[in-house]
Design a protein around this ligand. Structure first.
Ligand code: GLN
Length: 315
């Protein structure tokens, strides 16, 4: 086993879970009513190792929409089909140092990276471009489900509808991107934005999310089914950008303190990857000033304090 003393390890995870549970700061996202309805007390942590050992505690069976956690998955799917050289003609590799939804491009007029809204919207236009929208959604949700080892994956239509209803900023971004010719030829802007909102509205549970994280930790092979879902190179590139750009404007400090690739979303999810060891999915809706789950961040920090998972820990 990759984690030999798994029972002891789980006892430690449980202790951390209760320790972090008492942290009650942060505010639940309120930009759409569907997110504002999440109870601030929800708190779940699921672990899945690359050899399929599982541990879950708390609210790990409640569906939660991926929101920005879908962004690295979209990026990985595009890289799975096209070379990084082609993909990065459309999107950069650098942290933006700006809000995730800011209307700003890099000096060469591309979105800074695929993990902010502008980059993710452009990536949506690249994913299975030649399919119609229904088939693109089917393809993508099936790939997400394979990464999740066929465990829970759903689509929350009311999140999608209210997301689209209130998405002035994302529409503005879309037009701005089109003005700067950021999309490939033949892109239908409205369809691309719909696709982006749909992928934000895909739901996992902490349990199924931990399997997705574990598939990334395992180089693209799902540890539950043994199926290779993603090319190892696509996963490597995805983890690199999660490491530098995954946690909004806290990404630099997160890389410093935790030293692991992760991605957060406004629903309060944090998907953490410990490469070659395990995936962890944390969910607690209250967010800090950057938009990261307060409990999720705290848990990640406690985890690397306790174990030497930080990329630059001395072994
Ligand atoms: N639906 C959100 C948006 O596009 C997702 C962003 C996020 O999770 N930060 O604004």
């Amino acid at each position: 086993f990759i984690i030999p003393e798994f029972t002891t390890f789980c006892e430690n995870i449980e202790d951390l879970y209760w320790k972090v549970k008492s942290k009650t700061d942060g505010k639940v996202a309120s930009y759409i009513p569907q997110l504002a309805r999440y109870s601030p007390d929800l708190w779940g942590v699921s672990v899945c190792t690359i050899d399929g050992q599982r541990y879950s505690i708390g609210d790990v069976d409640v569906p939660v929409c991926l929101q920005s956690v879908s962004k690295p998955l979209t990026y990985a799917l595009v890289l799975n089909e096209q070379t990084p050289e082609v993909v990065h003609q459309y999107v950069g590799h650098e942290p933006s140092g700006r809000q995730f939804n800011e209307i700003k491009l890099s000096a060469d007029n591309k979105p800074h990276n695929p993990l902010i809204n502008s980059g993710a919207i452009v990536l949506c236009s690249l994913l299975k471009q030649d399919f119609n929208l229904a088939d693109r959604f089917d393809y993508t949700s099936q790939m997400f489900k394979r990464l999740a080892g066929n465990e829970h994956l759903s689509f929350n239509n009311s999140v999608f509808l209210s997301e689209r209803e209130t998405a002035d900023r994302n529409f503005a971004l879309g037009y701005y991107l089109r003005e700067y010719k950021c999309f490939p030829k033949g892109t239908n802007l409205m369809e691309t934005l719909d696709f982006y909102f749909q992928l934000c509205s895909v739901e996992v549970t902490a349990q199924s999310g931990s399997v997705i994280a574990a598939s990334l930790a395992n180089g693209g092979i799902c540890p539950i089914t043994g199926e290779r879902v993603l090319d190892a190179g696509a996963v490597r590139n995805t983890l690199s950008l999660m490491h530098s750009c995954g946690m909004y404007d806290y990404s630099g400090q997160f890389a410093f303190d935790v030293g692991l690739p992760a991605k957060s979303g406004v629903s309060g999810s944090v998907m953490l990857v410990v490469p070659n060891v395990m995936g962890v999915y944390m969910w607690a809706p209250p967010l800090d000033q950057y938009g990261n789950s307060c409990k999720g961040i705290e848990f990640c920090e406690e985890l690397v304090d306790k174990f030497n998972f930080h990329n630059y820990d001395n072994l």
